[in-house]
Write a protein that binds this ligand. Structure first.
Ligand code: PHE
Length: 339
């Protein structure tokens, strides 16, 4: 091949400007591919006259490196999106993934809001508690069977440290540090060493309430809870109180509401009674006030405590507590629009 033709090829290579990745690839195949122009010229090298072979080789190497330079110089084209194909503006947008609050969080916030409207503040405390705050200050005598009511996960023995079995422990801390009037609720996670089933879990969440002032009566307790039930479940919801026992309240009661699922007619959720228990409550035992250095001859108070999961299950018609803690997105996504 004469030097004029070679120079022409060299000129073509050097002046080549690809518009896109496809043109660049076409260039590569055309010059450097298996049957490309430069590859073929290299094959001719052995036929060149011995005197010219060296010069021919030099020229071919220059062609090759010029072509490789072009590939390198425009290599970014391959990484970019092919601009020649415009976006299809009629395609629907990528769906926006919106997260959701957990139903337990939604319900806890609702409960906190309801009590905030009548002046209750929120108190929090540690999940690992000592014996005093979880039991002794709350009038559980040592070795009293009442401690067995709440199967405890112990963390350490002597002195005893345990995962709190209720958030009443937080209220002991509040009473120790504040003089009445006290009006507070304590939402939080609690732990009990129970077999996990559709109705019970080894951890769950509570909101406990405490109101201490002069002349606080059982009537105040009932009115406060009526208000709560009507705000939470609707004004048509019925309530009833049953006598009960807790070491830290006297008298003590449990409150039932008419079953939200069957409206009192009887169903599996209410075990065909028409009623479901939602909380424990009572007048704070004078021993508890004394333990916390609050004058029990001057002040009286009421306390109540409820499990948030129980309320979630009733409100959303969920019949197995375990599903609340499985993090199954199909379940959780149903609460995207709930507030
Ligand atoms: N602390 C009790 C429980 O966890 C609930 C309760 C609180 C009962 C206050 C009465 C008064 O079961």
């Amino acid at each position: 091949m004469d030097s004029g033709s070679i120079n022409k090829i060299l000129g073509n290579i050097r002046s080549f400007i690809p518009a896109n990745a496809a043109e660049l690839e076409h260039f590569r195949i055309n010059y450097l591919g298996k049957k490309g122009i430069i590859t073929n010229l290299f094959a001719e090298l052995k036929n060149a006259a011995p005197g010219q072979r060296k010069e021919f080789g030099r020229v071919l190497n220059e062609l090759k490196s010029s072509a490789e330079n072009i590939l390198l110089q425009f290599s970014h084209l391959g990484e970019e999106k092919d601009k020649s194909a415009p976006d299809d503006l009629t395609l629907p947008a990528e769906p926006l993934q919106i997260g959701s609050l957990h139903p337990v969080s939604i319900t806890r916030q609702k409960i906190v809001d309801i009590f905030a409207r009548i002046g209750f503040t929120v108190s929090e405390g540690p999940e690992i508690e000592d014996d005093w705050h979880n039991f002794s200050a709350l009038n559980f005598p040592p070795n009293h069977p009442a401690r067995e009511m709440q199967d405890t996960f112990f963390v350490e023995k002597n002195p005893d440290l345990a995962l709190r079995t209720h958030t009443s422990s937080v209220q002991v801390r509040v009473m120790e540090n504040t003089q009445p009037p006290i009006r507070t609720i304590s939402p939080g996670r609690v732990y009990r060493n129970e077999a996990i089933s559709a109705r019970a879990h080894c951890f769950f969440h509570q909101v406990e309430g405490l109101y201490i002032d002069e002349k606080v009566s059982f009537a105040d307790l009932k009115q406060t809870l009526y208000y709560f039930v009507h705000e939470m479940f609707g004004t048509e919801t019925q309530t009833r109180f049953r006598p009960s026992y807790f070491p830290f309240t006297e008298p003590s009661a449990e409150m039932d509401i008419s079953c939200l699922i069957c409206k009192g007619a009887g169903c599996a959720v209410c075990k065909h009674t028409g009623w479901v228990e939602i909380l424990g409550c009572g007048m704070v035992h004078p021993n508890v006030l004394d333990n916390c250095k609050i004058n029990s001859s001057k002040f009286t108070g009421f306390a109540f405590g409820m499990g948030i999961e129980r309320i979630v299950m009733l409100k959303y018609g969920i019949n197995d507590i375990r599903i609340l803690f499985e993090n199954d997105k199909r379940f959780l996504q149903q609460f995207v629009s709930a507030t």
